[in-house]
Write a protein that binds this ligand. Structure first.
Ligand code: F6R
Length: 613
C-alpha cells in the first residue's frame, strides 16, 4: 500500500526522501512523487512506475531544498498515472499534500468545492483533501493548522497526511486517522514516515501519531500535537529496537503472518464506505450501473482460479442462499475450453487478487465475446482484469506480498457478502430488521477475527505436533466446505504436505479409506445447523483411529470431548462463518510450514501472479 516519507532539517531533502521511498518499496506501489521547496518555489515531480522512473524524471531539474514530502502510491481512486500520483496540490499551487488512506465522502466534498469554484485535475480522493484545506484556509481567522483541523473534521474515512506550504518553508503539518504515521526525531531534524523504515539509519527516537491528531513540525524547536478541536496533546517519545527487515514486515517473521494479522483491518477496508449501519445503507459504487441487471439476473457464472475460486464457491452459496439467483462456479481454465453455453443475459463475475491471471482473463474475453456482462472483483487497481471487465468492485485488501493468499481471500468473501446482500435487498428479499442485523453482525467480524488471532500461540503449539505428517484431510459442510478446500490448499502450498479438502459427507464415499492414526483430519464444525451430522462424522473418524483437529464454536463441549485438539472460534451468522473459520486454518498451515523450515513467503514453484496458461 501507499508509503509516505517527509523531511525537514539542515540536510538536502531529496536524497533522503528518495532513499526513504526505496525503503518503502516493499509495501507495493505503482507510481511515486516528491515535492520540495527551493529557489524555484514549490517543485513537484511525479512518475508512474518505479522510483527509478522518478529519479530519471528529475534529472536536470531543481532538486535543491531542505524540506520535502514524498510518496509511493498504490492506486485506489483513479488509475496509476503521473497525474493521479502524489503529491497533490491546490489550484494556486502553494500547498502540496501526500495522503495514505481513503476519503469516503470525497464525492460529496468535491461537489461542494466545485460549487465554490474549485477545479480538479485528478480522479483522486486525495486532491479533494488538499483543496478542502485550501477552502477552509479562506475562512476568517483561520491559519493553516486550523484549516487542516477543520478539513479533517469534515472528512469521513482514513488518512495519514503530510502537508507542505510554499509560503512557509520552515514547517510541515502531519495528521492521521486509522492509517499509520510516525515521526522520527533526529539531530535538529525531523522525519515523517508511514512507518519508521525510511529514517531508521538516522534515528530510532519516534513519536507515533495518534488517531485524529494533527502535528506541526517546525524546522527548529519542538513539535506541537493537537486534536482536531485544538486541544494540546503531550508527545510520547519512544525508542525502536527493531532492525529494518523486521520493520518492513511490521515486526512479523513473514509477510504471510503479517497479512493474516492484517485481516481485521483489510476486511474493514473492504467494507469502508460501502455500508452504513445506522441508515441500513449498502452500496457497491463500482457496479451501481449494473445493479438492476444483477437483481434481475437469471444466472450468474463465477470464474476464478485457486484461492479466488474458493471465494467464488462461497459466492455461489451466498448469492443462492441470500439473493436466490442460480450460480455456477467455474475454474477459469476449464471454462475457457469446455464450450459451455453462455448467454447474453448471463452475468459473469471474475474474481482475482492480482487481476493478471491469464486463465481468468481468457475466460473474461470469452464471456464478453458471447455477449455476457462481465463484472470483476479484483484487489489490484488498474490491473488487466479490472480493465477488461465491464465494471467491478475492488477489494481494497492492500498489497499482498506472501505468495499464499490470505487477506485477499477474506476480502473477496466480504465483497461477495456485500454483493449478495445488495442483490437480496434490491429484490426485496430482506426485511429491514434482518438486513440491519446482518450488517451489524458483519461489522463485528473484524473483532471476532482478533479473538481468533489471540489464540495463535496455542495454534502454534498444536501445529508443531503435526510437523511430520504426510497427508492431511480437511472436512467441512455447507459454508465450511470451501473453507476446508482453502485450508488444504494453504497447507500444501507452503508446507508441501499433501492435503485434500472435502465436503464432510463425501468422506464415506472414498476419502475415509485414507484415515488411520497417521492422518490428521481438520474438521471445521462451526455450522450449528449441521451439528449432529458433524458429530457423527467425527465419530466415524475416531472409530478408525484418525486424529481430529476440530474448529468449533466457543463452548461446544460435545465436539471438544471427541477431538484430539480443538480451536474455539466465536459464533456468528452462518453466512459469515468462513471469514472466521479460515483464520485458524491459515495459522495451522503457517506454523507447520515454519516448523518444517519451508520458505513461507515464496514457496517453491509458485508465483504470486500467474500470467501464463
Ligand atoms: C493460493 C493462491 C493462488 C491464487 C490463484 C489465482 O494461495 O494464491 O491459488 O489464488 O493463482 O490468483 P488471482 O487471485 O491473482 O487471480
Amino acid at each position: 500500500m501507499c508509503g509516505i516519507v517527509s523531511y525537514i532539517g539542515p540536510k538536502q531533502a531529496y536524497p533522503l526522501l528518495i532513499n526513504g521511498l526505496k525503503r518503502l518499496e516493499y509495501r507495493g506501489y505503482d507510481s511515486s512523487g516528491i515535492a520540495l521547496i527551493n529557489n524555484d518555489g514549490l517543485c513537484v515531480y511525479k512518475s508512474k512506475g518505479k522510483i527509478a522512473d522518478l529519479e530519471e524524471n528529475v534529472k536536470n531539474k531543481n532538486i535543491e531544498g531542505t524540506i520535502g514530502i514524498a510518496h509511493t502510491r498504490w492506486a485506489t481512486h483513479g488509475e496509476p498515472n503521473n497525474v493521479n500520483a502524489h503529491p497533490h496540490f491546490n489550484e494556486t499551487m502553494d500547498l502540496a499534500l501526500v495522503h495514505n488512506g481513503i476519503i469516503e465522502n470525497y464525492d460529496t466534498l468535491k461537489v461542494m468545492l466545485k460549487k465554490n469554484g474549485y477545479h480538479f485535475q485528478t480522479e483522486t480522493d486525495s486532491e479533494v483533501l488538499v483543496q478542502l484545506i485550501d477552502f477552509m484556509r479562506k475562512k476568517p481567522r483561520t491559519n493553516l493548522l486550523k484549516a487542516v483541523q477543520l478539513a479533517l473534521a469534515s472528512v469521513v474515512g482514513a488518512y495519514a497526511i503530510v502537508l507542505l506550504d510554499k509560503n512557509n518553508p520552515n514547517q510541515l503539518i502531519a495528521a492521521r486517522k486509522s492509517s499509520p504515521l510516525v515521526i522520527g526525531i533526529g539531530d535538529n531534524e525531523y522525519f515523517v514516515g508511514s512507518d519508521a523504515t525510511p529514517f531508521l539509519d538516522f534515528t530510532k527516537k519516534v513519536i507515533y501519531v495518534g488517531d485524529e491528531e494533527v502535528v506541526v513540525i517546525p524546522r527548529r524547536g519542538d513539535i506541537m500535537i493537537t486534536t482536531l478541536d485544538n486541544t494540546k496533546v503531550d508527545p510520547i517519545v519512544q525508542h525502536i529496537e527493531m532492525d529494518i527487515t523486521a520493520l518492513e514486515k511490521g515486526g512479523f517473521d513473514h509477510f504471510m503472518l503479517k497479512e493474516i494479522y492484517e485481516q481485521p483491518e483489510s476486511i474493514m477496508d473492504t467494507m469502508r464506505g460501502r455500508i452504513n449501519v445506522e441508515d441500513c445503507y449498502l452500496q457497491l459504487g463500482g457496479i451501481m450501473d449494473y445493479k438492476e441487471k444483477l437483481i434481475n439476473a437469471k444466472r450468474i457464472i463465477i470464474v476464478a482460479c485457486g484461492t479466488s475460486w474458493h471465494a467464488g464457491l462461497l459466492g455461489e452459496y451466498l448469492i443462492e442462499n441470500l439473493a436466490r439467483i442460480p450460480v455456477e462456479v467455474e475454474y477459469a481454465s476449464e471454462f475457457r475450453y469446455r464450450n459451455a453455453p453462455i448467454f447474453a443475459d448471463d452475468i459473469v463475475i471474475a474474481i482475482s487478487q492480482s487481476g493478471e491471471t491469464a486463465d481468468t482473463l481468457a475466460a473474461i474475453e470469452l464471456a464478453k465475446k458471447k455477449g455476457a456482462t462481465v463484472l470483476g472483483i479484483c484487489n489490484v487497481v488498474g490491473s488487466s482484469i479490472a480493465r477488461a471487465t465491464n465494471a467491478g468492485s475492488y477489494t481494497h485488501a492492500g498489497q499482498e506480498i506472501g505468495v499464499a493468499s490470505t487477506k485477499a481471500f477474506t476480502s473477496q468473501v466480504t465483497l461477495l457478502i456485500l454483493m449478495s446482500l445488495m442483490i437480496a435487498d434490491g429484490k426485496g428479499i430482506l426485511e429491514k430488521n434482518q438486513k440491519k442485523a446482518l450488517i451489524q453482525e458483519l461489522m463485528r467480524i473484524p473483532e471476532k477475527i482478533r479473538k481468533v488471532l489471540e489464540k495463535a500461540p496455542e495454534i502454534q503449539r498444536m501445529s508443531e505436533v503435526f510437523t511430520f505428517a504426510r497427508n492431511f484431510l480437511y472436512l467441512g459442510r455447507a459454508y465450511n466446505y470451501p473453507v476446508a478446500m482453502e485450508g488444504a490448499l494453504k497447507l500444501k502450498e507452503i508446507s508441501y504436505i499433501h492435503a485434500e479438502g472435502y465436503p464432510s459427507a463425501e468422506m464415506k464415499h472414498g476419502p475415509i479409506a485414507l484415515i488411520d492414526k497417521e492422518t490428521p483430519v481438520v474438521f471445521i464444525a462451526t455450522t450449528p445447523s449441521n451439528h449432529q451430522k458433524n458429530i457423527s462424522n467425527i465419530q466415524e473418524i475416531k472409530a478408525r483411529q484418525g486424529r481430529v483437529i476440530s474448529i468449533i464454536l466457543e463452548g461446544d463441549e460435545e465436539i471438544k470431548r471427541l477431538s484430539d485438539f480443538y480451536i474455539e472460534i466465536p459464533d456468528t451468522e452462518e453466512e459469515f462463518t468462513p471469514l472466521i473459520s479460515v483464520v485458524p486454518l491459515q495459522l495451522i498451515a503457517y506454523y507447520i510450514a515454519v516448523a518444517r523450515k519451508c520458505n513461507v513467503d515464496q514457496p517453491r514453484n509458485l508465483a504470486k501472479s500467474v500470467t501464463v496458461e
